[in-house]
Design a protein around this ligand. Sequence first.
Ligand SMILES: Nc1ncnc2c1ncn2[C@@H]1O[C@H](COP(=O)(O)OP(=O)(O)OP(=O)(O)O)[C@@H](O)[C@H]1O
Length: 471
Amino acid sequence: MSKPDSFLPENRLLLDAVSEGIYGFDLNGNAVFINPAAERMTGWRADELLGHKIHDFHHHSHADGSHYPHEECPIYQTLKDGKAREISNEVFWRKDGSSFPVHYSSTPVWQEGNLKGVVAIFRDISLQKQTEQSLRQALEQVQALSEQLASENSLLQAELEDKRGPSQLTGSSACMQALQKQIRLVANTGSTVLIQGENGTGKELVARELHRLSSRRDKPMISVNCAAFSASLLESELFGHEKGAFTGASSRRKGRFELAHRGTLFLDEVAELSLEAQSKLLRVIQEQEFERLGSSETIKVDIRLIAATHHDLQKRVEQGLFRMDLFYRLNVFPLRVPPLRERVDDLPELVNQLLKGLSVKLGKPLSAIDKQSLDKLSKYSWPGNVRELQNLLEREAILTQHPILSLSTNQGLQPGNGRGQTLAEVEAAHILATLEQCQWRITGAQGASVRLGLPPSTLRSRMQKLGIRRP
Ligand SMILES: Nc1ncnc2c1ncn2[C@@H]1O[C@H](COP(=O)(O)OP(=O)(O)OP(=O)(O)O)[C@@H](O)[C@H]1O
């Protein structure tokens, strides 16, 4: 078959038997050896190629079939610099004009320190490529399905929340009745509502009530806690992203704006939005359209927006922390949720309502609270509002052996109504309320130490000093 060159072994049986294609080249780049596997794969017979530059016949090209100049050929480069190369992103052309993806190595052959030629060994990797392609397709399908499931799950969760029955907004004090009336008035208008009130007053409950009483009640209410995400993550959370839009975006994901289409989007802690996110939000509110991160396709949505904050948003505008134009867009219909200390009349009703829930949650009979304890509750200033009351009752309910709660252990409740408290009492109440808002997380961006502006170690030592312990 081929003329043996000085660098080829005398006995070529082994080379002829292997399933990889093998070409041998002399220093001029002419083929001096071609094994039967190479003939089978390319369709070129050895006697057609021997003594010629293979590049001129079929040779190879980039994976997309586009050719590159002869001098860039890795095999010829090995002939020049004596360096071995491994290539797996090219195709070889057959005699009949078809091609196949190939992996090949180009290895220099040395004899007594002199470069004698190059051996190229190649393998048809069509099957491997097909498997890779099928795997990639399967993975994409799995990702699309998981995205769909995640979206459906949030919708179902949201629907479940909405179908929890009648209003959970307990309270018949004058200020709560006024609030209920405002909610009924605005619920079905589709207007944007800004809910302001201290932490734990029930802003999210108000938002749910607005959605429940609106014509969008059969569509989801999607909530976003703007304080829970970094500025960049929040954008992808709100607007979604395309696969590869940023490091870690391994699949396409719908944002909350898309999920809330025809429903309600509840932006909790809206004051925490970065100025950049505020500009984007403003555009969506004005035009009801946006793009996913990494995509130029514009998505139109029909959403009712409800925002909430415990900050005085007007003040944030004056401080330059919140865009005035966005503030006016959100503040179409403002609702103020009164703090618990302004509606102590609601305490008996609230306690009853919360005990009912706790009785189910803890699986023990809890029917009421004794008069003395109720008096104690009425005199407290409730910096953490209903959430603090809820947590206090839960702690007591866990400890009690009796269906009627008695706040025997003082629970740190100091009479106050905000007046006449010592500095330590105010500090303790504030730290306690902040810890409860942060689910007792001390460190991290969402931890209490950041909110309180204290290093975690200082916060821990103050907690110890003030006798604050996680229930
Ligand atoms: N009027 C109410 N009746 C019954 N439960 C209430 C009422 N107000 C608040 N709650 C309960 O208190 C807890 C805190 O309420 P919610 O999360 O709505 O407050 P929030 O003002 O949104 O708090 P934050 O500002 O910290 O997000 C919830 O468990 C809620 O069910």
